[in-house]
Design a protein around this ligand. Structure first.
Ligand SMILES: [Fe+2]
Ligand SMILES: [Fe+2]
Length: 449
């Protein structure tokens, strides 16, 4: 059976499609039209419309020129969108599909259909406006925003992202983080993307340091969320990365100021007692190196360092002649010296310092076997910070000159720590110190050059 379809006038009227047959001459008039076309163009009867030239319906003359040129060249024009001026109304969007045909007398004319596409155009314009608004918003937000598919390939970025990377937005499309970042960094980013894709759960505000393609490091806060299709399937990820470098630098400056203030306080204490000059600062250097070897973060390292700068603060209340007395101390003098720990702690404890800082100071003369003071704490009762401070304090004191004795030297200091390894001093810390000494030609590793 032949598969054909004939659109007749009544069918076209029911579908709301305008039908026409018209002279091909640009000034030519309609030969035949259906009711829908007349109504669409604001004519109450077909005769009125038939008296008009096809070309005069075009709102924009250059559209009419283009339409007739196309028809001449190709003999067929498909879905040509233009504005028609209906009688007594505002221009309406129509789509013309027309063919050039010949009648039996070889006379050319055209026939075709005209559809009112105003609602479709309105929708298109609304979508374009929404798209422009979204793009405008994306491009004016001072955060890098990117969309990736399920294979972590970048499918869209905003201007800020492209500028930050030093490329045009087009350059990054279709690429992955492995094209821009060092491999270990890119792998971490891919792991995060895959986590979001796999679980459908977001990652919010993750702080990371990234090396940009232009060679600069920045500190960023990244949020990654899943993107879904209409069936609810995860089809990719959207990421928002905020550059926190300026804040981080500001924070660093503040911390440097804080460190300097504590260092100045430590030095002030040492000025009263010049024989221990450099002790607090040296102990701070030692504890920081040990903390780093243990993989501690910046906050814990800073707190550890401040505890070292202030650990002997309480010595301010001890008379200098007892503090620096050569030879053996009597019991009363020894008890007075021991009191520096409680005094340091009582000054620190009411300030807004982390508990670990105050406790490290309070416990810095405690020993794992309970032989220390002031509370005779044992094993797990002594926090890691205090264990580090205790070993570092002994190391620095013994290796340095004191008014009541010559420097005992670094080897003697290490011998003392190894003698008390495990039962007085934490074995892991003693091992770290021993390794540092070996690596530094058996010289004090805490002295700044
Ligand atoms: Fe002390
Ligand atoms: Fe000390």
């Amino acid at each position: 059976m032949k598969d054909t379809f004939h659109l007749n006038i009544s069918t076209a009227d029911n579908l709301g499609i305008g039908l026409f047959k018209c002279s091909i001459d640009p000034k030519g008039k309609f030969i035949a039209i259906n009711t829908t076309l007349a109504t669409m163009l604001g004519f109450s009867c077909k005769v009125d419309l038939k008296s008009r030239a096809f070309r005069d319906l075009f709102s924009r003359p250059h559209d009419a020129d283009e339409f007739f040129n196309l028809l001449r060249q190709d003999t067929k024009v498909n879905f040509f969108e233009t504005l028609f001026v209906p009688r007594g109304g505002e221009p309406v969007w129509v789509a013309i599909t027309a063919s050039k045909v010949e009648d039996a007398d070889k006379k050319e004319y055209m026939e075709g259909i005209i559809e009112d596409v105003s609602s479709h155009k309105e929708m298109e314009e609304r979508l374009a406006l929404e798209r422009d608004l979204t793009q405008g918003l994306l491009d004016h937000i001072p955060d890098a925003i990117y969309f990736k598919d399920r294979n972590n390939r970048i499918i869209k970025v905003n201007n800020f992202y492209a500028q930050g990377m030093g490329f045009s937005p087009e350059h990054v499309l279709g690429k992955t983080d492995f094209d821009f970042f060092p491999i270990d960094q890119a792998q971490k980013m891919a792991d995060d993307d895959n986590y979001v894709l796999r679980t459908g759960r977001p990652i919010v505000g993750k702080i990371e340091r990234t090396l940009l393609p232009n060679g600069t490091w920045n500190q960023v806060s990244t949020t990654k969320i899943p993107m879904y299709d209409r069936k609810g399937e995860v089809i990719g990820t959207m990421g928002i990365t905020r550059d926190m470098t300026a804040y981080a630098n500001l924070e660093k400056e503040r911390l440097t100021m804080l460190r300097s203030a504590f260092s100045a306080l430590g030095k002030t204490l040492e000025m009263r007692d010049p024989y221990t000059y450099g002790h607090n600062h040296n102990v701070a250097n030692i504890v920081e190196k040990i903390g780093k070897a243990l993989g501690w973060d910046e906050d814990r390292l800073l707190s550890m360092r401040l505890a070292a700068e202030l650990h002997d603060l309480g010595k301010i209340s001890i008379p200098l002649d007892i503090l620096n007395k050569p030879g053996k101390l009597n019991d009363a003098e020894y008890r007075l010296i021991q009191e520096h720990v409680t005094t340091s702690y009582s000054i620190i404890k009411d300030s807004h310092f982390p508990v670990s800082l105050a406790e490290a100071i309070y416990q810095h003369h405690e020993r794992l076997d309970g032989s220390g003071y002031p509370r005779g704490l044992k094993d797990d009762q002594i926090i890691m910070e205090a264990r580090i401070l205790a070993a570092s304090d002994v190391l620095e004191s013994m290796a340095s000159y004191r008014p009541y004795r010559e420097s005992l030297g670094i080897e003697k200091a290490l011998e003392e720590l190894e003698k008390g390894r495990s039962f007085q001093y934490d074995s892991e810390i003693v091992d770290i110190i021993s390794q540092f000494i070996s690596e530094n030609d058996r010289k004090p590793f805490w002295v700044e050059n």
